[in-house]
Design a protein around this ligand. Sequence first.
Ligand SMILES: [Zn+2]
Length: 256
Amino acid sequence: MPYRLRYLFIAISLSLVSISIAFDLAKPQPAKTGCIEIIEVGKSISGKPIELCHVGGSHIGSKNSMLVIGSVHGNEPAGIEVVEELIELGAGDNTDLWVIRNGNPDGSNLGTRQNFNGVDLNRNFPTNWLPSVVGAKTYSGTNPASEPETQSLMRAIDLVKPKILITIHQPYGLVDCSQGADQNLDERLALLTGLPATCIPGEMADSPTNTYTGTISQWVNGRYPESTALALELEAEVPTQKITQYAIALKQLPVE
Ligand SMILES: [Zn+2]
């Protein structure tokens, strides 16, 4: 091959290589391990993203769809570990599994139950909302759904419309009683986790919102009559072995 042609050939080859590298860089980056899709549903007050992760499954609104929220109270971190384990396990057969690792990232950073505004997000949802005193443990915010984290979680739920919503808490070590469409869901989850199914005891002292008002479960059970929302209360201390056990239980819940 004449020199000139050879140089032309090399130049063309190099351009093709760089074009293909450029295309590779332009491709969407792979999702975090275990999530086939990640949707940012909003941000916390300090600007941290609240991400909805689609672990796997068929399609939105399918019969066995479930959304698990690892944490809404910043001082109850065990549920985040359970959700991370659940992401690794993947969705069960014929189920559509979605998770939010952390619905209150600012509270987690601060180590507080409430968000950055001192609001208990699980009293801020717009069903049975009651006003309460600023500074109370269960301060419900200035208005129903006043907080960006509450709005983010509502957005995620309206997007997925899960038949089952599980929000993980600590420290009571029980499965809260079922108030939604499936009256047996609590018993099934109790069987799978080994935790007792019983209604969470209300704390009446100090604030009217120490009883259960404006909770995420009340909002979902009222808005989606075919769905069932439950609080899963883990123990105060959860050993690694139990984290795995709870993740396996949640994976199995929609297929039971
Ligand atoms: Zn809690």
